[in-house]
Design a protein around this ligand. Structure first.
Ligand SMILES: C[S@@+](CC[C@H](N)C(=O)[O-])C[C@H]1O[C@@H](n2cnc3c(N)ncnc32)[C@H](O)[C@@H]1O
Length: 462
């Protein structure tokens, strides 16, 4: 691989003799990884080998997966570079936390954060790019958590709506992507020292907005997939200098090394507590990870809270369901076993233009934001009929279900993914969940003719 001369010179200076290993590793194959989804029923029942766990994760393994497998369509796995698994681990999310993933698409880290929350608390997964936000929504839909909000916003618009709102924030910042060079050599064509500095400026702008959303005592994890000190240690030094933030120690596992205070002007000793993953050390591609705690004890956000209350009074198109409508939804829902987060759906359920949903956050708090998902869309109410949503099928994959058609044969699974109807030998009627290898991936509907009507969304068909 031909690297830019300026890049070679820079890393020879920074790494000294180690730079030989670094440059050699760029030409080697990357080691793939995947994460399992502990939210799903019998989640370790997958066709992949689980013999090579990734040490610092609870659900990460070395190996490859395919987007056609039922493990993928049913949200049992997410393919992720092993080093990219560390930022979500470092944020140490606990059930009940209010969490923001500010730069979230395509969702590798968001899915891990949702796993850690176990349906309790809230994850707001935000992505600024419209097309990438769509992928993020789809990936999180497959994951099947009940407590996720997906937004497509700029950090500053989000910060205006949600001041001092989050316990934990992940900022997996856009960066010069040096850690992606061997996976995606095209990424190299954008590289220049000038680009590194442009990225640094953008990272500071994003972090300044993130800080407005962090509660006193809250924690942030800042990560990049680049090696440049300007976007890594220097950013952390800037954060410490400009905010009441303290660097928190992160555990070093095999293949990880400490951050480099000596690569910054500030030479702040705490930078040693940050973590670098280099591709020559065998844990996937490159990653930098830092964890910082907000040492402010009180929020002077009183007036902001007041503002939020006022904004809550603004009208939205969201309404409650009447008794008859709840009964219509109930007729379908009652056939399925519901996971945590949906047990009290009758009390919490709302609708917007017929879309019936159980919100993860009060929609009025989110008023004016571009929301792609708030909690779980149960389905669509059409006069006296209710059609369950695809998202609900993925959510119901958390539990063992009886109202289920489990294809024995891979050909039927493939035909269903393609959008075909299937003749089934079953006494079940009406809406059923559809699975292959017990991985629930869709709804279907069976009539008296025993034909399974296809409800796999047109946009996802393969
Ligand atoms: C490193 S990627 C995120 C990867 C993601 N966290 C994951 O694990 O799948 C950085 C993301 O930041 C987004 N981004 C770019 N410019 C941004 C900005 N000014 N503010 C916020 N996000 C931005 C990009 O669209 C991109 O999706």
């Amino acid at each position: 691989m031909t690297l830019p001369a300026e890049f070679i010179e820079k890393y020879q200076k920074l790494l000294g003799e180690e730079s030989n290993n670094f440059f050699e590793a760029i030409d080697k194959q990357s080691k793939k990884g995947f994460r399992l989804n502990p939210l799903k029923y019998n989640y370790q029942d997958v066709q992949y080998s689980l013999k090579e766990p990734i040490e610092f994760t609870s659900d990460g393994y070395y190996g490859g997966v395919s987007g056609r497998d039922s493990e993928w369509t049913g949200g049992y796995v997410y393919s992720q570079d092993p080093s990219a698994m560390y930022p979500a681990v470092a944020l140490d999310v606990k059930p009940g936390d209010i969490v923001l993933d500010l730069c979230a698409a395509p969702g590798g880290k968001s899915t891990a954060l949702a796993s850690a929350l176990r349906n309790e608390g809230v994850l707001v997964a935000n992505e600024i790019s419209r097309s990438r936000a769509k992928d993020l929504r789809e990936n999180l839909e497959r994951w099947g958590a009940t407590n996720v909000v997906v937004t497509n916003e700029s950090p500053d618009r989000l910060a205006k709506k949600l001041p001092a709102f989050f316990d934990k924030i992940l900022i997996d910042a856009p960066c010069s992507g040096e850690g992606m060079f061997r996976k995606d050599p095209d990424a190299m064509q954008y590289w220049s020292q000038e680009y590194v500095i442009t990225c640094q400026t953008r990272q500071k702008e994003i972090l300044a907005e993130a800080m407005k959303m962090l509660k006193p005592g809250g924690e942030i994890v800042y990560s990049t997939c680049t090696y440049s000190p300007e976007e890594d240690e220097e950013i952390v030094a800037w954060l410490v200098e400009n905010y009441n933030l303290k660097v928190e120690p992160l555990k070093l596992f095999k293949g990880m090394s400490s951050g480099r205070p000596d690569w910054t002007g500030a030479n702040l000793p705490d930078l040693k507590e940050t973590v670098r993953l280099w591709f020559q050390n065998g844990v996937g591609e490159g990653q930098f990870v830092a964890r910082l705690r907000n040492t402010e004890e009180n929020s002077n956000n009183e007036s902001k809270t007041e503002k939020r209350k006022k904004k809550r009074q603004k009208k939205t198109t969201v309404t409650r369901l009447n008794k008859e409508e709840i009964a219509t939804v109930e007729k379908v829902i009652t056939n399925f076993v519901l996971p945590t987060g949906l047990e009290n759906w009758q009390k919490e359920v709302l609708q917007s233009n017929g879309h019936v949903f159980v919100p993860a956050l009060d929609p009025e708090i989110l008023n004016d934001l571009h929301i792609l998902n708030n909690g779980v869309e149960l389905g669509l109410l059409k006069k006296k009929r209710f059609e369950p949503s695809h998202q609900l099928a993925e959510v119901l994959g958390q539990k063992e279900q009886r109202q289920l058609i489990n294809f024995e044969d891979k050909a039927n699974y493939e035909r269903y993914l393609h959008g075909e109807t299937i003749k089934v030998d079953s006494k079940l009627r009406g809406f059923v969940l559809v699975a292959y290898r017990n991985h629930i991936f869709s709804f279907g509907k069976i009539g008296n003719d025993q034909i399974l009507k296809n409800f796999y969304p047109k946009g996802l068909r393969k």
